[in-house]
Write a protein that binds this ligand. Structure first.
Ligand code: SF4
Length: 199
């Protein structure tokens, strides 16, 4: 990965330990391990939430069932999804945040976006389409307080630059079942926009 400007070095992010004590205090007592993808020519940005524990272990974004569903929604396979010259993947927290008392993933630490996000986004000047996955990415990028349901239901408002999606986690299976319009109407548009951006 080549930084676009001399003022930013990806190795600084890879070595970041700002949340070390926060993560050490979680049930998994893990160390920071920033996970992201991208090179300057990337035309699609996936703005996601945070790595889960499987991604924390693999060191590669979306190596989990959420990734399988996201690739299916986008209509692309691993070969394109993991082509860093085509697709950048920047979660709101670059590290796995740990679990809460109910074994759900903790929210992304806001400190991560404050520290790294503007500089990281500036490294990808060729992005045509930003896919906003889940509420944290939507609130940050769209400067909205609206719910994920409301933002996704109004997806047309954010085109051509943004396309908001619910998180592809199994935790949203009930939402997906209740809101069949998403897979019937939004997913086909997502696939079309992905293909257009990749041309
Ligand atoms: S989550 Fe972000 S700020 Fe925290 S240690 Fe990882 S890279 Fe650093």
């Amino acid at each position: 990965m080549q930084p676009k400007t001399a003022s930013f070095d990806f190795s600084d992010l890879k070595a970041c330990k700002l949340c070390a004590s926060r993560f050490a205090a979680t049930a998994t007592s893990h160390s920071p391990r920033p996970v992201f993808q991208g090179q300057a020519p990337a035309r699609i940005l996936i703005a996601s939430q945070a790595p889960g524990v499987r991604v924390h272990e693999s060191g590669q974004p979306f190596t989990d069932p959420s990734g399988d569903r996201l690739r299916a929604w986008m209509g692309i396979g691993d070969d394109i999804f993991y082509d860093a010259k085509r697709i950048a993947i920047l979660p709101m927290s670059f590290c796995f945040p740990g679990y809460d008392a109910k074994s759900a993933d903790l929210p992304p630490p806001p400190l991560c976006a404050r520290k790294w996000r503007p500089a990281m986004l500036s490294q990808f000047p060729n992005v045509l389409l930003t896919i906003l996955i889940g509420g944290y990415a939507q609130k940050w990028h769209l400067q909205t307080r609206s719910s994920v349901h409301s933002v996704v239901a109004n997806w047309q408002v954010y085109l051509p630059h943004f396309l908001p999606l619910p998180h592809p986690s199994w935790r949203n299976n009930a939402w997906l079942k209740k809101n069949e319009w998403f897979e019937a109407k939004v997913v086909p548009v997502l696939r079309q926009k992905v293909q257009e951006a990749l041309l």
